[in-house]
Design a binder for this molecule. Structure first.
Ligand code: SAM
Ligand code: DTB
Ligand code: SF4
Length: 342
């Protein structure tokens, strides 16, 4: 799709946009299935970056304090709970600019192995990663890497100055080349224009292969951050953004991410109708509130939505050229994806 075609879709009358998106959604997905992910903040706060939206950036005076990294056992317990409550994916987030080859990374690799052995999809969002780090994560059983474009290339500089758009794309490329599936999306409500939203979707659509999942976040304005005074984005804008994402990326899992606490059940239902087929579950995202699991379950019951099983949309086989030193415990790894050749 050209950028202009995406623009035309984005600006369709909402009633028509919703219908078209719903049709595309039903053609490519089971509309009664919802993928549920659980976020675990394995390293909270104290981040050196200047992302204007982020409560974890050390330079802003927010109520989030830097905490020690979680232990492998703590992550295992969180994953057990997540599985029991119907999650198919555990997403581990760290407030890092980038991964460094040190003991902390070794611990992340252990966490990845531990969750992978529990037959759940493991996702990490750790900031920038090199090709070699991506391979080591893949070897440990990482299923997905989350690295958001956040916004358009043009608006990016207004939000983050400590790293560039190219850096983001490079990390996505590194993860992809290691055979890891890609989760990349963005945030609306940061003062960007419709053109910026369209531009971001256009860039996502140019990724080859296209991202397997795209989180659409509504900005959660946090006291102390430069975007603290931003007005909350309306549910209608979320619905429009999700519907456009669904049409632009028909096969992708579209995740209705941050911002659900401000949305009514009816607005969330319209997002699911518009093509969102994934959520983060649990009463906390990384540092900000999220609806209670019981409230989500009640809504799923009303709508007739069932949790999606892990690995239901496993990636196509890929050949990855792994250096033996990337695979210190190769034989111990239990692959949960039988069709994935490494
Ligand atoms: N440090 C890593 C990075 O930036 O890639 C991983 C963690 S970072 C918190 C993951 C994503 O959370 C960001 O890219 C951003 O899209 C989202 N995020 C952070 N703060 C947010 C906020 N206040 N509202 C909405 N989304 C937010
Ligand atoms: C994503 O796109 N949204 C999640 C996940 N990827 C890592 C994070 C949302 C964070 C919202 C702010 C917070 O809780 O700190
Ligand atoms: Fe750090 Fe990530 Fe927050 Fe940016 S979004 S300040 S990189 S934790």
């Amino acid at each position: 799709m050209t950028k202009q075609e995406i623009e035309e879709i984005y600006h369709l009358p909402l009633i028509t946009l919703l219908h078209r998106a719903s049709e595309v959604h039903r053609k490519h997905h089971n509309p009664e299935e919802l993928q549920i992910s659980t976020l675990v903040s394995i390293k909270t706060g104290g981040c050196p970056e200047d992302c204007a939206y982020c409560p974890q950036a050390a330079r802003y005076h927010t109520k989030v304090n830097a905490a020690d990294m979680l232990t492998v056992e703590e992550v295992k317990q969180a994953a057990i709970q997540a599985k029991e409550s119907g999650s198919s994916r555990v997403c581990m987030g760290a407030a890092w600019r980038n991964v460094r080859n040190n003991k902390d990374f070794d611990r992340v690799l252990e966490m990845v192995k531990t969750v992978n052995r529990m037959d759940m999809e493991v996702c990490c969002t750790l900031g920038m990663i090199t090709e070699n780090q991506a391979k080591r994560l893949a070897a440990a059983g990482l299923y997905a890497y989350n690295h958001n474009l956040d916004t358009s290339e043009e608006y990016y500089g207004e939000i983050i100055s400590t790293r560039g758009y190219e850096d983001r794309l490079k990390t996505i490329d590194n993860a992809r080349n290691a055979g890891i599936t890609i989760c990349s999306g963005g945030i609306i409500g940061m003062g960007e224009t419709a053109e910026d939203r369209i531009g971001m979707l256009y860039t996502l659509s140019l990724l080859n292969p296209k991202p397997e999942s795209v989180p659409i976040n509504a900005l959660v304005p946090v006291e102390g951050t430069p975007l603290a005074e931003q007005k909350r984005v309306s549910s209608w804008e979320m619905i429009r953004m999700i519907a456009t994402t669904r049409i632009v990326l028909p096969k992708t899992q579209v995740r209705l991410s941050a911002g659900r606490t401000e949305m009514s059940d009816e607005a969330q239902a319209l997002c699911f109708l518009a093509g969102a087929n994934s959520i983060f579950s649990g009463d906390k995202l990384l540092t900000t509130p999220n609806p209670e699991r019981s409230a989500d379950q009640a809504l799923m019951d009303i709508l007739g939505l069932k949790p999606k099983k892990p690995f239901a949309s496993a990636p196509q086989p890929v050949e990855v050229d792994l250096d033996p030193k990337d695979l210190p415990e190769e034989k111990q790894i239990k692959w949960s994806r039988p069709n994935l050749v490494r």
